[in-house]
Design a protein around this ligand. Structure first.
Ligand SMILES: *Cc1c(COP(=O)(O)O)cnc(C)c1O
Length: 358
């Protein structure tokens, strides 16, 4: 059995859109795409009057090298959000198939599934945010085509062990595609499971330049998977997903100096995460700071609503995550610059004093 047997039959036989860019490359006088012959104002040599390469070779090469995979094992699109959406559309028949998620987790898996009218099966994480592997496997039905695992998990910050991921991967062979979302893996001590795509053709890994690589505004995310799955996803991708300025921004970030800067910033985040964990844990009114492998901390407060408003009044916006299961008293605070983090602590100190908690 091939992993493609799990995909929607009509997608497997779909005649993809053939863009002018794909049909003819390498000409000198390009009159096949109804583009303007003149560069736009302030173009700076980018050539934005031309449609971009749908999957630019230099970017594929740089990302494949970064993630330790081959180019035919990598699709690059507009953030991992786009890869999530394309996976759901490729594998889930509307009104018939389902995805499986473990709340509390990232919201886009369920949103993409609902847009596609795929069902969303939920197997909650345990109270201490660990994956319940037997419960997950017991919940698999023939309708489940995609199982999403988020590690480190958003919003808890906890990682799933490589052993647990492999256990799930082994059990899902021939049944469903396992999608491991590693949006925050650069901040964790654990290594990526990207190498495992060579062993499991039904394993897909999501990586992004939005978090550790400082490029949320450029929207560059990657799907790492078997060449068959990548080819399938490329058949249904939008004709020109990657704007030229975004590709240029990604190439600059992946240059030696860009990589050095990213590494430095990751080190600062990890150091500041430890500092913030200690400092927040000592504040009155703080019930618990969850241990995090990511660039944020989920923090439980006696009165999270008041803390949220006090921070907002001081101009500090954090994420209210009280709607998530097991987190009804929690806020999620991203690790900022050392100055920003100090400001958070100062405002929280003041808030706690005013409330008489100190
Ligand atoms: C931020 C985030 C993403 C989205 O990444 P983009 O590449 O910006 O689309 C994906 N997964 C998780 C868990 C995230 O927190």
């Amino acid at each position: 059995m091939s992993v493609l047997d799990l995909a929607r039959p009509e997608i497997r036989t779909l005649q993809p859109y053939s863009s002018a860019r794909m049909e003819a490359a390498g000409g000198q006088i390009m009159l096949n795409a109804n583009e303007s012959a003149w560069a736009p104002n302030g173009d700076g040599g980018l050539g934005c009057n031309r449609y971009p390469d749908p999957q630019p070779d230099a970017l594929l090469q740089a990302l494949a090298e970064l993630y330790g995979v081959r180019r035919d094992q990598l699709f690059v699109g507009r953030g991992s959000d786009e890869a999530i959406d394309l996976l759901v559309r490729a594998f889930c028949r509307a009104g018939e198939d389902a995805i499986l998620i473990q709340p509390p987790t990232f919201g886009m898996y369920a949103v993409s599934a609902r847009i596609q009218n795929a069902a969303v099966l939920e197997v909650p994480l345990s109270r201490d945010f660990n994956l319940d592997v037997p419960a997950l496997l017991a919940a698999i039905t023939p309708a489940v085509k995609l199982v999403f695992l988020c590690t480190p998990n958003n919003p808890s910050g906890k990682s799933i062990s490589r052993e647990d991921i492999e256990r799930v991967a082994q059990a899902l062979a021939g049944k469903a595609v396992l999608v491991v979302d590693e949006a925050y893996v650069e901040f964790s001590g654990q290594r990526s499971v990207a190498d495992l795509i060579n062993r499991y053709e039904h394993l897909a890994v999501l990586r992004t330049l939005s978090k550790a690589w400082a490029l949320a505004g450029a929207r560059i995310g990657s799907l790492l998977a078997s060449p068959e799955v990548i080819a399938l996803i490329r058949r249904i991708m939008p004709p020109y997903p990657l704007p030229l300025p975004c590709v240029a921004a990604a190439m600059a970030e992946l240059s030696p100096s860009g990589r050095a800067e990213a590494r430095e910033n990751i080190a600062i985040v990890r150091e500041q995460r430890g500092m913030m964990h200690t400092a927040l844990s000592q504040l009155p009114g703080v019930r618990e700071v969850l241990l995090s492998d990511a660039n944020f901390l989920a923090v439980r407060f006696d009165d999270a609503g008041t803390v949220y408003r006090q921070l907002l009044q001081a101009g500090i916006v954090v994420r209210d995550i009280r709607r998530y299961p097991f987190l009804q008293d929690a806020l999620r605070i991203t690790i900022g610059t050392p100055e920003e983090n100090a400001r958070v602590l100062a405002v929280l100190n003041e808030t706690m004093l005013n409330k008489g908690w100190a």
